[in-house]
Every structure is written in structure tokens, then in C-alpha cells.
Unconditional design. Structure first.
Length: 383
């Protein structure tokens, strides 16, 4: 795998390598900033984007997170919800903070195996049929990954056929689709492909692309969040924060933040900070820029206002702005955890992205500055 070279043109300037004593020097300068290692950040992001992790079957991302956090030793564990927790002990006694970024991706679950080997599916999370269309998928059998093609059939047909009805304007639904395997029901069973198994977009479609200053691809939601968290963890290991921090790679967010609700609740954290993508849209006045987004409200509730003002001040110190936003059709690990009583305060630091839950386009600087803002907050949390 090409690492960062797969995401940036040769000759692009990266920030200096991971510092050994930056945070203390920065505190002396009264600027809560540190050099983010862009090369590491985007190399890890590329690995994460190529991984398969439908809700509840997140082992490929687990392997990457555990490998990257291996130096933390016993401070890393996987809990009963299969979230991965990195505990970084603080230097003081203030209220602990939990930070989450989710491992899983929107996906499909097999609901029916037909005699001819066609698989009928339903979505896991907000995967819309019109956002992906026909194309290759990887079916996660118990024994191996099986190739399939998401299909609606030939288009040179009348209304007697599924595609014919679509040509006439019938709305596209998952019930219209099937996964073509060209295998018998018996062959699929032998490979461990059965009702309840999952399918995701083919790995061949997942290679990220660079478009100027933007990174494009599937599952930037929320693999960029995990990459940010891992980069920030490297800083906090060298320069511990003033309070205990629990970095949580959460499970099953796309189906209701189920992992975060449990995992945050198992920690003593009072504040939950979600890292996630923010939907670029005129209705929200969110721009796809280097300025991170701070959510004030979403479909699950409101975020902690004093913390947001504190974060806006930190962003100003760091030399960029924070975009305030109120969004709908959206819920983060933090807002759902607060709603369910697992956290007292919620914050969402979000990197802007277009085409959310599709082939996403994110400002690279938006990702980097989200990492800078998170690190500044953890080094200077609101009590």
C-alpha cells in the first residue's frame, strides 16, 4: 500500500514529523497547538478506507486500530460492545473526557438466499440504493469473501421487468435490487454465505482519490475520524493531557450509536466528544474548507454551548475559524450518548464533507485542522 503517497502528489509539503516535546513548548507560548504529522494521518486513513467494517463485523478496522495503538500496552482494550478503548492518564484530577470515532460503515445484510443464488438484502444504516447503483460488492462469507454484483437487471426491457418499471419512474428501493453471485444456493452455503451475513462495496471501489486539496472516497465517514484520533493519541502519549482521556473507536454507530452508548457509559467521562463528518449543504451554510464544523444541534438534541464557545476560541488561537451548524437527519455518537444518559455533555468536532453516505469529498485541511482542534481541546479542556 502506498500510504500517504497514494493521497498526495509528489513534492507536496507535509508538516514536520511527530514532535517529542511540542505540547509543553506550545503551552509556554500560550498557543495550544502542535504539528500534526500529515503523512502519518493520511497513510493511516488510506489503510482504514480500504478496510471492510459493516456494523457488527468490524474486524478489519479492529486490526488496524489495535496495530497502531499497540505501543499503549495494557491501556488499550476491546470492551463487550467491541469498541476499542485507549486510556490516556492525565496529569490532574479534573473530569475525564471521552472521544469517539466510529469504526463501522453503511452496508447490506442478506435477508433471503434464492435458489438461483441471488441474494436479497436490506440496508444497515443510511445506505441509499440511488447513491450506489449497480456494481461490485464483497460478500463477507464465514470462510472467504465472495464476489457479487448489485443488480437490477437488463435495461432493454418493458415494464414486465424490474428495470422497466424504474425506467417508467418507479422509485428505486432495495426490494428492487439483488446481488448476483452466479453460484448455487448450495455453493453459497458451503462458503458460509447465508441469511444474516453482510455485504459491502467492493474493495476495488474503495481506493481513495486526490482531487486538488480534497480527498475523495467511500467511508471518509468516519475513517478520517479514527485517523485523527490515532494521530492525536501519539501526541498525548508523549505529552499527557491535564485530565484522563478515553479514546474510543466505537462500534455500530451507523445503526444507532450502539457501541458508543455502552462504551462511553463504562468510563467515568462526563463529556463525550464525537469526531465525524459534517454534511456540506447550502441549507446548513457549511463550506467544504479547512475550517472544522462545530455542531450546535442535530436530530438527537443540542450540544454543550459553553464547550462550543471554548472550542471556537481555541480555533481562533490556532489560526482558523470554526463553522457553527445545526443539522437534521443526523446524530453523532456524542449526541446519542447524551440522549441515552451515558454522558453529561456532548460535543461534535466534524470535518466538512460533500456526498455524505456516498462517494465523499473532504477538504484535507479540514481533516488536519479538526485534529489540531481536538488536540488543543484535550490539552485545555473546559472544566
Amino acid at each position: 500500500m502506498g500510504g500517504a503517497q497514494g493521497l498526495f502528489e509528489p513534492g507536496m509539503q507535509y508538516s514536520e514529523k511527530f514532535p517529542q516535546d511540542s505540547a509543553r513548548e506550545i503551552q509556554e507560548e500560550a498557543i495550544m497547538d502542535a504539528a500534526i504529522d500529515r503523512e502519518y494521518l493520511f497513510a493511516v486513513l488510506e489503510k482504514l478506507m480500504l478496510a471492510h467494517a459493516p456494523p457488527g463485523s468490524e474486524g478489519e478496522v479492529d486490526d488496524i486500530v489495535l496495530e497502531e495503538s499497540g505501543s499503549f500496552g495494557e491501556a488499550v482494550w476491546q470492551d463487550a460492545a467491541e469498541s476499542i478503548v485507549i486510556h490516556i492518564k492525565g496529569t490532574g484530577e479534573g473530569p475525564p473526557v471521552a472521544v469517539t470515532a466510529h469504526k463501522d460503515e453503511i452496508a447490506l445484510m442478506i435477508r433471503k438466499v434464492e435458489e438461483d443464488g441471488r441474494l436479497r438484502v436490506r440496508p444497515l444504516g443510511g445506505l441509499h440504493p440511488w447513491a450506489v447503483g449497480e456494481g461490485p460488492v464483497d460478500i463477507l462469507g464465514e470462510k472467504e469473501i465472495v464476489n457479487g454484483i448489485l443488480s437490477v437487471g437488463s435495461k432493454h426491457v418493458s415494464n414486465e421487468s424490474p428495470a422497466g418499471m424504474l425506467k417508467s419512474g418507479t422509485s428505486l428501493k432495495w426490494e428492487t435490487f439483488w446481488i448476483e453471485t452466479k453460484r448455487s444456493e448450495e455453493e453459497l452455503a458451503a462458503l458460509g454465505v447465508h441469511i444474516g451475513r453482510k455485504a459491502v462495496l467492493s474493495r476495488s471501489l474503495k481506493t481513495p482519490r486526490q482531487m486538488g486539496d480534497y480527498i475523495c472516497g467511500y467511508n471518509l465517514d468516519c475513517r478520517a475520524g479514527i485517523a485523527i484520533m490515532l494521530e492525536v493519541a501519539r501526541h498525548l502519549k508523549v505529552d499527557p493531557p491535564p485530565v484522563d482521556v478515553f479514546l474510543i473507536a466505537s462500534s455500530e454507530e451507523e445503526i444507532g450509536a450502539q457501541g458508543a452508548v455502552y462504551s462511553i457509559g463504562q468510563t467515568p467521562a462526563q463529556t463525550a466528544v464525537a469526531l465525524d463528518i459534517a454534511p456540506v449543504a447550502k441549507e446548513y451554510q457549511i463550506l467544504n474548507s479547512g475550517d472544522p464544523v462545530l455542531l450546535y444541534g442535530d436530530g438527537q438534541g443540542v450540544y454543550h454551548e459553553r464547550s462550543l464557545r471554548h472550542l471556537e476560541g481555541l480555533a481562533t488561537e490556532l489560526g482558523f475559524k470554526a463553522q457553527p451548524a445545526v443539522v437534521t437527519s443526523y446524530g453523532s455518537d456524542a449526541s446519542i450518548a447524551k440522549k441515552m444518559g451515558s454522558a453529561g455533555r456532548s460535543i461534535c468536532i466534524a470535518y466538512p464533507g460533500e456526498n455524505t453516505h456516498g462517494f465523499e469529498i473532504c477538504s484535507s485541511e479540514g481533516i488536519v485542522n479538526s485534529a489540531r482542534l481536538l488536540l488543543a481541546y484535550l490539552m485545555n479542556p473546559l472544566e
